[in-house]
Structure formats: C-alpha cells, structure tokens
Write a protein that binds this ligand. Structure first.
Ligand SMILES: Cc1ncc(COP(=O)(O)O)c(C=O)c1O
Length: 373
C-alpha cells in the first residue's frame, strides 16, 4: 500500500511543530470533559486484561451505540473501533479493491482520497453546491455511479461545511445503493449537535447496504479516548472488519470502552449534549455575527456541528491561515486548501474557553483589515 499524506494532515504536522498558537478558531470538538468526571462511575477493580472480552467490543457499549443512533439492530451489528477514523479505514481496506471507484462529496473528509490512492482506487468527487448552502444533490451522486463503483462515502453532518443530508435525501441515496448493490458509508462523527432540524436517521438502519461510522470524539469532546464504531446489518462486513483489525490494534482499549459506555448512558448523554448545545449555540452565534460583520468573509452558517467553511475575498485561504498563525497573531484555523477549496478558510466554534475564540476573532479581523493580505 502506497502511503501518501493529505494536505490537511500535512498542514497540521507542520503547524503543530511550530510555536503553539495562543488562540484557535478552528476547533471542531465540544469542550472536553476531564477524567475525574467519570471516576465515580468506574469500577476501581476493573481488570485491564483483555482475556475473555468480545473482539467486537464491550456489549454494554455496543448497546449504547445503537441506542444513541436510534437503531434497533442486533448487538453484533456494531464493531467498536479506535475512533471513526479506524472504522472508515477498515471499511476502505476491506470493501474497495484496486481499480474500483469510490464516489464521494467535495468538499468532504480527506480520508476517502488518501485511502483511494493507497488502495489504487479512483475517487469520483461530486461537488456540493456552495450557492445552495453546500447542498449535495442525490441525483448528481446517481450520475457519478458507474459499473466500477463499489462505495459511496459521505459525511453527515458534512465536514467541513456543517450541511445536513435530511432523511428524504438519505432515502434517495439508500435506494441508489440498493439499486446498484454498492456500499453506502455515512460518517456521522459530527452527529448530536444539530441546529437546523432533527438529527437525520442513521444509514445503517435504512438499508442493508448502509454503514454508519461514528465516535465520542466531537459532540462529546472525547477525541483523546479513541473510541468509535461502525454499524452495519451485514455480519460479513462486521466480521471482516474485526479480522482486519486483529492485524492492527487487535482489540479496543478496555478503559476507553468503559468510559465511553458511561458517557453514552442516556442521562449522562442528555446532560453532556445539552451543555454542548448551549455552549455551541452561543459560540456559533458569535462566529456568525463575526462573519456577517467582516466585509471580506461570507459563509453558510453550519446546520450542525461546530465548523463551517467561510469564503475569503481577495486572498487565498492558505496565505491567510499562515499569516494568522505567525506572530503577532498566533491564531490557528485551517485553510480551505485542506479540502480543495483554496478561496476558503475552515472556522470552528469548539474547544471551550481554552480556544480563546473571541480574542482569535479579533486578531483575524485585524489581519483582514490591515491591508497586508
Ligand atoms: C468526518 C470525520 N470523520 C472521522 C474523524 C476522526 O474522528 P475520530 O476521532 O472518531 O477517529 C474526523 C475528525 O476530525 C472527521 O472530521
């Protein structure tokens, strides 16, 4: 497998090696809880051995995963993974061969492109329509399908625009997958913080060709736990992913599974999402006001999640991101070029008070108005 680096990761690697930023306008996660928030619910006698544990993951956690997704499926339709990233990885490696085509959205999560290249598959991108709020036209997805298509890979909510695919359009995509007998993978890692309309249903419950991936990383702010999942009605897909993973990380980390199980208990989940929603709504309002008042920026406010893509007038996004990161501004955001959108920047309202969002926005405004860019 040929290893290539994507622009997004390359930028992260390069910039994290430099002086640490003072402010972040790029965080995609809700404020992160602390270990002490879970200690009261953890058993101090918990064995950190892995003998006798299910290779699919802690059964109680798998049930919580189904419950939070509103799915009534057997427990064995869930595989617990090291984040949604590992779940996606196992799916690409297992379901796509050299010469196949993967249909995906643009802009979208770069993992699809990296994996397609590594496998020798072709990535077929369907452009989201910026003028229509980054809408993804299911008919354009249908037109992109050829006899070589093996998988459709989408994010819902979309990274980086925060646009939602509502139930009706998911239905059309599910019908498409069934008609052609191709896998429809929907990465729901940003689910849980919907601002416009309800959380769309999980694709794993809509068709036997649907595969949902997700994690506790974003709305719950627990990315460091590395705990996520895939959900699929096909026992073969789950089993093959489990076998493939046996040659990598083997099984999940026990502590991560137990903490995630506590975090996904209905009362804990409702409380955490309530807090993240209240904080997220306030910070997104601030971002929205900022973009509206900045003459050189425009955007479609995200329908879900904490990140969106803003268009920059008169400068390319990467020059802006680099200047903003350098002294004296020392403020981090992601350039749109990380998503193949050179005239945009990705801005985010996550990270809690440590992100120092308000101050970061002040610095961005000063740079945009300085005449130096
Ligand atoms: C769309 C998408 N999928 C997956 C991931 C990885 O998430 P996890 O921490 O669950 O592996 C990210 C992280 O930014 C993401 O944006």
């Amino acid at each position: 497998m040929k290893v290539t680096i994507h622009k997004l990761f390359d930028y992260l690697l390069e910039t994290t090696a430099a002086e640490p930023p003072e402010c972040f306008i790029g965080f995609s996660l809700a404020r992160s809880p602390r270990l002490k928030d879970f200690l009261g619910d953890l058993d101090p006698e918990l064995s950190l051995d892995w003998n006798g544990k299910s290779f699919l993951g802690l059964p109680a956690l798998r049930q919580r995963v189904l419950d939070q997704a509103g799915l009534e499926l057997p427990l064995d339709s869930v595989l617990i993974t090291a984040g949604a990233a590992e779940a996606n990885y196992l799916l690409f490696r297992q379901l796509v061969q050299s010469g196949d085509e993967i249909v995906t959205e643009a802009p979208g999560w770069p993992q699809a492109g990296v994996m397609a290249k590594a496998i020798g598959a072709t990535l077929v991108e369907v452009a989201r329509d910026e003028a229509r709020g980054w809408w993804l036209d299911p008919e354009a997805v249908a037109r992109a399908i050829t006899p070589r298509t093996r998988m459709i890979f989408l994010t819902n909510p979309n990274n980086p625009t925060g646009r939602l695919i509502p139930e009706g359009e998911l239905r059309a995509l599910a019908d498409l997958a069934e008609k052609h007998g191709i896998w429809l993978v929907v990465d729901e890692v940003y689910a849980g913080l919907e601002w416009a309309g309800p959380r769309p249903p999980s694709i794993a419950g809509m068709t036997r060709f649907g595969i949902t991936t997700g994690s506790v990383s974003k709305a719950l702010g627990m990315q460091g736990l590395r705990t996520g999942w895939m959900i699929c009605q096909s026992p073969e897909v789950i089993r093959d992913a489990m076998i493939l993973r046996e040659n990598g990380s083997e099984i999940m980390n026990t502590l991560g599974e137990h903490i995630a199980e506590v975090a996904l208990r209905p009362d804990r989940l409702a409380e955490a999402l309530g807090r993240a929603r209240a904080e997220g709504a306030e910070t997104l309002d601030r971002l929205d006001r900022f973009v509206t008042e900045e003459p050189r920026l425009s955007w479609h406010r995200p329908e879900a999640g904490l990140i969106g893509l803003a268009r920059v007038e008169g400068a390319d996004g990467e020059t802006l991101a680099r200047k903003l990161l350098a002294p004296p501004h020392r403020t981090f955001l992601l350039p749109g070029s990380a998503y193949g959108q050179p005239h945009h920047i990705r801005i985010g309202a996550g990270g809690g008070p440590e992100a120092r969002l308000k101050e970061g926005l002040g610095r961005l405004s000063a740079l945009l108005r300085s005449g130096s860019i």
